[in-house]
Design a binder for this molecule. Structure first.
Ligand code: SF4
Length: 429
């Protein structure tokens, strides 16, 4: 063995009834359970600079992204529209899920395992329990969050393996899309079950969320945060879609786990090196009280908008591709990262640009990354003011027409907020 094992992590098998798996964590990868965090800083930022949904905070680039979508083939546009229509009733149901009353009466027993087994039987690959954390609720959604639901049930649903390896492609979008739809159906069964036990259930996701979910998944021991900004869980890494059910059910909370990912990602960084937009940062920074690799949004969205939601940081992750147990076993035996430097893991094809093997990256000029930033209403106002300044000296300028154009654009932007931008993104309202 090239490495000493520091500790072992035992987790349930992939499917209900499968034997447990044991993951060896090498001594040099061991750090701490969950993620390095300064609670006081998390509280400070939550109070002074509350989190807000990106669909609102970055609505200017969301509008721009929708326009870029018009450059895709007609069948791609049709697919996006069909997705939007299919998700509409699901989002409507999610938004009102917290209003549904329990149908049974609690008998005082701990229902953790009953809920876990039910969720696993429905097909959720990872299920964990933690406290509902108010620091991770978007400012604009706080008023719709029900009180008296102290627990969060974290649920990860795996998406298709083969289709995901073809990222970025319509096949990958198909499984991405299909997994959201599946989540929308499964969650109705799970919350019916929770309500039959005598408890309430308010649902976050898919497509409409109360806030970021990964911190609670990490707290529930379901994985750790990867350098790609995604949850890396034992069986499918980041190849999963996440959901949370807030509840008052009588459950026992899980604990965070050190899978060795915090150091693994810092050392090996396949996703950082393969990102076509160079959007992932090599060095971890302290951000809002958490130590993490910060994503540069303005270098990511221009790629996502043009290349079918991109997602290459998910595709090239060894934990996604091979699973955490084989990757960590290989590391202990050889000291190397399974698949690193191979076409199998690192290769990808970008439409109209071609194939990029290990060590090769596409080049984009600076204009490629030009996109409006911030809230659309602010951006449109700045744009309008600049036009006024430009035309100040021109007596023939029709200012009424300019006003009307400005008003139409603001109205169109507000209307578009009920549609998601890329299919994975949240909606603005
Ligand atoms: S989605 Fe694409 S551009 Fe964005 S961080 Fe991932 S690999 Fe980079």
């Amino acid at each position: 063995m090239a490495k000493q094992v520091g500790h072992y992590v035992t987790r349930p098998g992939r499917n209900l009834g499968d034997p447990d798996i044991t993951i060896p964590v090498a001594e040099d990868l061991a750090s701490m359970p969950g993620i390095p965090m300064r609670e006081r800083d998390v509280s400070f930022f939550s109070r002074e600079q509350p989190l807000e949904n990106m669909a609102l905070e970055e609505s200017a680039s969301a509008d721009w992204s929708r326009q870029q979508r018009n450059n895709h083939a007609p069948e791609v546009l049709e697919f996006f529209e069909e997705h939007q229509a299919r998700m509409e009733p699901i989002v409507e149901w999610i938004q009102h899920s917290g209003d549904l009353e329990p149908t049974g009466t609690p008998n005082g027993e701990d229902v953790t395992e009953a809920i876990r087994q039910k969720a696993r039987a429905l097909g959720y690959g990872e299920v964990g329990f933690t406290r509902s954390n108010p620091h991770y609720v978007y400012q604009s959604r706080k008023r719709t969050m029900k009180g008296g639901l102290p627990h969060a049930i974290c649920l990860a649903l795996e998406q298709d393996y083969n289709k995901t390896q073809s990222i970025p492609s319509m096949d990958a979008e198909d499984t991405h899309f299909g997994t959201y739809f599946q989540q929308g159906q499964l969650i109705v069964h799970l919350t019916d079950f929770i309500r039959s036990l005598g408890y309430r259930a308010q649902v976050s996701g898919p497509t409409w969320h109360y806030g970021p979910m990964i911190p609670m998944f990490v707290e529930a021991g379901l994985g750790q945060l990867g350098a790609n900004g995604q949850l890396l869980s034992p069986h499918f890494g980041s190849r999963a879609r996440l959901q949370i059910v807030y509840t008052d059910a009588n459950v026992t909370l899980d604990k965070p786990i050190d899978y060795g990912i915090h150091k693994f990602c810092q050392e090996y960084q396949v996703c950082v090196n393969r990102c076509p937009g160079r959007a992932l940062m090599q060095e971890k920074v302290w951000y809002r009280g958490v130590e993490k690799n910060k994503l540069a949004f303005k270098r990511c969205r221009p790629v996502m908008a043009r290349y079918l939601g991109c997602g290459l940081c998910m595709k090239v992750c060894p934990i996604q591709r091979y699973g955490m147990q084989p990757v960590m076993e290989h590391y202990v035996e050889t000291g190397e990262i399974l698949g690193k430097g191979t076409d199998n893991l690192e290769g990808y094809t970008l439409l109209e640009k071609g194939y990029y093997g290990p060590g090769e990256l596409p080049v984009f000029d600076a204009k490629f990354f030009d996109m409006p930033q911030g809230r659309s209403e602010d951006w449109l106002l700045i744009d309008f003011r600049n036009k006024l300044l430009e035309l100040e000296s021109d007596p023939n300028t029709n200012r009424d027409e300019m006003w009307a154009d400005f008003r139409d654009k603001v109205e169109a932007s507000l209307k578009e907020r009920s549609t998601s931008v890329d299919m994975g993104m949240d909606r603005g309202i």
